[in-house]
Design a protein around this ligand. Structure first.
Ligand code: AKG
Length: 288
C-alpha cells in the first residue's frame, strides 16, 4: 500500500516512483525469464512469436543480430510466464494500484520494454490514454524496474501535472504517428522530470500523463515491465493493441456490474501493423 505522501504526489504530478517496491529475491525469476528471451532472440532476424491477434510477440529493433541483440519489446509476457502472471494477481504492484483507484481493478494489457546497451529506440512523447481510451480515466500504467534505471540508460521522463491537462492528438497531417505534435513535445522537454530508481522500484503513472524516453546511452540494460490496470468500471473503447488471454481479468476486488463514464473527446487510435507502436512512432515524426 502507498503512503499518504505517495498518493498525494501521484494526484499532484500524475506519477510517483516507489523505491524498491519488490525485493531482489522476487525480482530474480522475472529477470531470469527476460534474459532467456534475449538469448532466444539471438536466433531470429525478424520480430517473432505470436500474440493473440497474430502480430509478433517479440519486437526487434533494426540492427538486431545474434552478437548484439536488439530485443525491445515482449508483448503480453503473462501469457507465456507464470512469474509475470503472478504480478497481476496479487502483491505490491496490485496493492499500489488499489491505493490509487480503489478496490476493484481490471487488467488491460502488459509488456516488457527493453533498451539493451546500445539500443537506439526512443519513446516519443505521448499519453497512454489516447492509445487506450476508457469510459473513465481511473487508469494506471505501472512500470516495474527490472534494472537500475538511470539518466544514461533511458529513464522514463514525465511532465508533472499533465494528467489534468488536455488529451493531445497522436496524428499529424491525418496520419496516426503514435506521438504528439513536435511543438508540444518541445514544451514537454522543458518541464519533464526523470523517473529513475534502483531495480525493484515501481513507477505509477496516470495514463493521461505526457511521457517519453531517450535512447540507452550506457553499457547497462534498462528493462521495464509495464502493466496497464484500470478501475473495473472503466470500459475500454478501442481495440487492445497488446491483446492477451488475460485482458479484462479482475486483478483485485470484484466485477462492479456497472460502467462509469466521464466526458471527453479524442480521435480514434490505431493498432500498429507491426509488432509494436515503436514502428508507428519511427515511421513518422521526429520528436525526442
Ligand atoms: O519504455 C519506455 O520508456 C516507456 C514506454 C511507453 O511509454 C509505452 O510503451 O507506452
Amino acid at each position: 500500500m502507498l503512503t499518504p505522501n505517495q498518493i498525494s504526489d501521484f494526484r499532484q504530478n500524475g506519477f510517483v516512483v516507489i523505491d524498491t517496491a519488490i525485493d531482489a529475491q522476487a525480482l530474480k525469476p522475472l529477470c531470469r525469464e527476460f534474459d532467456a528471451w534475449v538469448e532466444e532472440s539471438r536466433a531470429h532476424s525478424f520480430p517473432f512469436g505470436q500474440m493473440l491477434d497474430g502480430r509478433p510477440r517479440f519486437d526487434l529493433e533494426s540492427g538486431h543480430c545474434a552478437e548484439r541483440p536488439g530485443l525491445r519489446r515482449i508483448a503480453a509476457p503473462e501469457e507465456i510466464s507464470d512469474h509475470y502472471l503472478c504480478l497481476l494477481k496479487k502483491g505490491p504492484l496490485i496493492d499500489a494500484v488499489v491505493s490509487l483507484i480503489g478496490n476493484d481493478v481490471r487488467f488491460h494489457h502488459a509488456k516488457l520494454n527493453s533498451k539493451l546497451p546500445g539500443a537506439a529506440t526512443t519513446v516519443k512523447w505521448h499519453q497512454d490514454f489516447t492509445f487506450d481510451p476508457h469510459s473513465n480515466d481511473d487508469c494506471i500504467t505501472t512500470m516495474l524496474f527490472l534494472d537500475d534505471v538511470t539518466s544514461e540508460n533511458g529513464a522514463p521522463r514525465m511532465v508533472p501535472g499533465s494528467h489534468i491537462g488536455p488529451l493531445y492528438s497522436l496524428r499529424q497531417n491525418g496520419v496516426f504517428t503514435g506521438a504528439i505534435d513536435d511543438s508540444i513535445a518541445q514544451e514537454c522537454e522543458k518541464s519533464a522530470e526523470e523517473c529513475t530508481g534502483k531495480a525493484g522500484s515501481l513507477c505509477l503513472m496516470h495514463t493521461r500523463t505526457l511521457h517519453g524516453s531517450s535512447a540507452n546511452q550506457s553499457a547497462f540494460p534498462r528493462t521495464l515491465y509495464i502493466a496497464n490496470l484500470t478501475s473495473a468500471d472503466a470500459v475500454p473503447l478501442s481495440t487492445n493493441a497488446v491483446p492477451s488471454i488475460h485482458s479484462g481479468m479482475i486483478a483485485h476486488g470484484r466485477e462492479p456490474g456497472k460502467i462509469r463514464s466521464i466526458e471527453y473527446e479524442m480521435e480514434m487510435p490505431e493498432v500498429p501493423e507491426g509488432a509494436s507502436f515503436f514502428n508507428q512512432q519511427q515511421a513518422n515524426t521526429a520528436n525526442v
